[in-house]
Design a protein around this ligand. Structure first.
Ligand code: SAM
Length: 392
């Protein structure tokens, strides 16, 4: 399936042996200005004059309906006849043998709880038994032209990136146990495509917004300042959801709470507040060496692994990076399967000396399931703010 008219054009041209550079020349010759080419590439085609859209169809050698079908859309005016003729349409379609990778990849590294594969996840996922994994977390490359030193192109077209994502998403869904949880971390630009696709297969639970601390203003749009964390389950309800609570957010200078709880503080759960779907407390990792691997905070992995799995459960992360998921899984006594296409040395080194991660996890644990952190209790006492009886 295609996601942009531009990708359909590329596909149609390639069939005639015409490459992208030549296509751009053809489009320019047919009246497309630079700005209009940009609109076409980003699929904002409503603003293109009909004359140019007709030209694009002519170049592609397609009717408007054919173009829409290639984009996976059935225009409203055709919907009734499309549905009425669904059996006839299905009869016209033939099955293509999908080349599943039947490679047998050996684990490069093992611990008593997990195994790490130095390979492409599309080669390893098919080896994993169906319905055997309790939770999947995936933090794929964001297709932002980043150098991952793994030989993969991180500058795919929208259609190529989504089609590639659908391959590993399908595998992740297949290997999840009924009731298992799937978490996908990405930028909203890709989460919107993922969410739509996943909604047709498994059950949506949350779109969690993770506040981005280092966001940069971008001309002509609101500053992107959150990552999306999609949370889906295989079935309407998760089989595991070990609810945890967080302390009230307070000012680090005076200890006063940010949110006004009015006269209800006395009635609050002493274990803290429920976790909402906007997370402000996940900070980027300032580990100079591992920046290359886009290392995520262990607080993020601790939260979702603790919520969505129990000790002994099996966790899969198909995009290892620096191995954050595997380190947290190991420390929380979960079994794990890891895959990384690029350099695995940084993961192996991390797994053999988990002291730093263990200490960090202890600190994170101290700040869970309490109404106030130790630090804010001190500040609140000093500044005369309300505290529950047992802390006074
Ligand atoms: C965004 S990083 C993951 C960072 C990780 N969550 C962490 O905390 O360290 C994505 C990783 O996926 C790896 N990768 C990209 N394509 C892959 C593939 N097809 N199979 C396995 N790993 C892949 C990249 O080399 C990169 O290290």
């Amino acid at each position: 399936m295609f996601y942009t008219i531009y990708d359909v054009l590329l596909f149609q041209m390639k069939k005639k042996g015409i490459e992208e550079k030549e296509l751009v020349t053809i489009l320019k010759k047919n009246g497309f200005k630079a700005k209009q080419l940009e609109l076409l590439k980003s699929n904002c085609t409503t603003l293109l004059p009909n004359k140019l859209l007709d030209k694009a169809l002519e170049i592609a050698g397609l009717t408007n309906l054919e173009m829409n079908l290639m984009l996976g859309n059935v225009p409203l005016e055709y919907e009734d006849s499309y549905l009425e003729n669904i059996s006839r349409i299905a009869k016209f379609l033939t099955v293509r043998e999908l080349t599943k990778n039947n490679k047998n990849v050996d684990a490069e590294y093992r611990t008593s709880k997990g195994e790490l594969y130095h390979a492409d996840c599309l080669d390893v996922l098919p080896m994993i038994q169906s319905e055997s994994v309790d939770m999947v977390f995936a933090d794929p490359p964001f297709n932002l032209k980043k150098e991952y030193a793994n030989g993969r192109n991180d500058d795919l077209s929208i259609s190529q990136y989504i089609e590639w994502s659908k391959l590993w998403l399908d595998e992740c869904i297949r290997i999840l146990k009924p009731g298992g949880s799937l978490y996908i971390y990405n930028i909203p630009k890709w989460c919107i495509y993922y969410a739509e696709y996943l909604c047709s297969k498994i059950c949506f639970q949350n779109w969690i917004a993770i506040d981005m601390k280092n966001s940069f203003p971008i001309k002509d749009k609101y500053t992107p300042s959150h990552y999306g964390l999609l949370y889906f389950t295989k079935g309407t309800k998760p089989k595991t959801f070990n609810k945890q609570r967080l302390p009230i957010q307070t000012c680090r200078h005076c200890g006063g709470e940010y949110k006004d709880y009015g006269g209800y503080k006395d009635k609050m759960n002493v274990l803290g507040v429920n976790i909402a779907d906007v997370w402000y407390d996940i900070f980027p990792v300032r580990n100079g060496k591992n920046r290359l691997y886009n290392e995520l905070s262990i607080k993020l992995l601790d939260r979702i692994i603790s919520f969505s799995s129990n000790e002994g459960d099996l966790i899969l992360d198909p995009f290892g990076g620096s191995g954050t998921t595997y380190a947290v899984a190991e420390l929380l006594n979960r079994r794990w399967i890891g895959i990384e296409l690029g350099d695995c040395d940084v993961i192996k080194k991390r797994m053999t000396s988990l002291e730093k991660d263990r200490n960090a996890l202890e600190k994170i644990n101290d700040e869970k399931n309490v109404l106030f952190t130790k630090k804010s209790i001190k500040l609140r006492k000093k500044n005369g703010f309300w505290l529950p009886k047992e802390e006074k």
